[in-house]
Design a protein around this ligand. Structure first.
Ligand SMILES: *Cc1c(COP(=O)(O)O)cnc(C)c1O
Length: 382
């Protein structure tokens, strides 16, 4: 076994910080000296810049991507008795918020090549109780929004785009988060635009929605100490806003680099039998928050999950870290037992959970490091 000299992490946010350290430190110190820590002009400035970046008229910053999704459901007045269609192959936050507002998540299986909601199956899951659909642009790959918007329009449903992993991605020349009724973003540190803490934002072209979101995120009050409804405390702080303003200026360069890395991986991994590398749909421009391959086939150890785990261990022995997003589909989570799903109900998502490996992917990953990843995969699968 060749032990590589320098282990390759699955992601490395510290390294990115060193490339903008001087700029960020100066801005952070300025905020500390200002005494203005919550809200204020830096947050408002970021909201304007982020709206412009996403080609929408409105942006409301908040505390996290989870809160962005929660507030989106609240502003659409979705609650008890309502159903919301989403994907079982995503982070729990996407469906957690549906449950948190008292509505029922309805899971629809994914497409095997994109890992995204199978749009054709969405229509069949619509009932008179359905109020909204939450597509997730998973791993940075945009959902086919043209087809999804057509379904939503014909059934009068709202679309809340979960853009947590896809800041900057485009579908049919439009930014994700500007196509549906509401877009929800996360600035969790490992996202494409990541802060140094929690943060999130909501985008829309509807000024009435934005106004109501501002009230909801501030304890349901427009006039201080006068509360019109039950809201939450979900504000972005000035430290995050100033950091995000700086990082937003680099985002396209970083996303371009992620695309180059994805293309390089594809060139070589598509030659290795037993690996299925991800591919973009025509019309989509992804931003590769993750580079997730499938390790296909039952492999040498019987179960596909065991085989996948064996491959991961082999990679780790050669100094290549990897991750599994996601090991369990949401419809089979213990917390959703009450929904009555069984193993086999959403087979494509369940299979993905057994087969996926997320390879090292971050803008600072070097070609030499990528060669090591490719070599390690060839070594254990070839
Ligand atoms: C990260 C993530 C979220 C939640 O964002 P937080 O900022 O961590 O609350 C929601 N949906 C998806 C798909 C995510 O990856």
């Amino acid at each position: 076994m060749i032990q590589s000299v320098n282990p390759i992490p699955a992601f490395d946010i510290k390294q990115q910080y060193t490339t903008i350290e001087a700029e960020v430190s100066a801005a952070v110190l300025e905020v500390l000296a200002s005494g203005r820590y919550i809200g204020g002009p830096l947050v408002e400035g970021f909201e304007q810049q982020f709206a412009a970046y996403n080609t929408v008229t409105q942006c409301v910053a908040c505390n996290s991507g989870t809160d962005a999704l929660y507030l989106a459901l609240r502003v659409l007045e979705i609650g008890a008795g309502d159903e919301v269609i989403t994907t079982p192959f995503t982070f729990i936050a996407t469906s957690e918020v549906i449950s948190a507002v008292g509505a029922k998540p309805v899971f629809v299986d994914i497409d095997a090549t994109t890992f995204n909601l199978d749009v054709e199956q969405v229509a069949a899951a619509i009932t008179p109780k359905t109020k909204a659909i939450i597509p997730v642009h998973l791993f940075g790959q945009p959902v086919d929004m043209t087809s999804l918007m057509a379904i939503a329009q014909s059934h009068n449903l709202s679309i809340i785009e979960d853009c947590a992993q896809s800041t900057g991605a485009m579908w049919a020349n439009e930014k994700v988060g500007s196509i549906g009724h509401i877009g929800c973003f996360s600035f969790y540190p490992t996202k494409n635009l990541g802060g140094c803490g929690d943060g999130g934002a909501i985008t829309t072209n509807d000024p009435a929605i934005a106004t109501k979101l501002r009230i909801l995120r501030e304890h349901g009050s427009k006039v201080r100490y006068l509360h019109e409804e039950i809201g939450v405390n979900s504000r972005l702080d000035a430290l995050q806003a100033t950091i995000l303003q700086i990082k937003l200026r680099y985002l396209d360069t970083w996303n371009d680099r992620r695309r180059d890395i994805a293309n390089y991986y594809y060139q070589f991994l598509s030659q290795i039998p037993g690996i299925v590398p991800p591919q973009e749909l025509p019309g989509g421009i992804g931003v590769w928050n993750q580079y997730t391959v499938r390790i296909s086939g039952e492999g040498r150890n019987g179960s596909s999950a065991k085989y996948r785990d064996w491959v991961r261990n082999q990679l780790q022995e050669q100094g290549v870290s990897s991750m599994i997003y996601y090991p369990y589909p949401l419809h089979l989570q213990p917390v959703y037992q009450n929904l009555g799903y069984q193993i086999g109900d959403l087979p494509i998502a369940e299979q993905a959970c057994h087969e996926v490996i997320a390879l090292p992917m971050f803008p600072e990953l070097t070609q030499h490091q990528q060669d090591q990843v490719i070599y390690a995969l060839k070594d254990c699968l070839g």
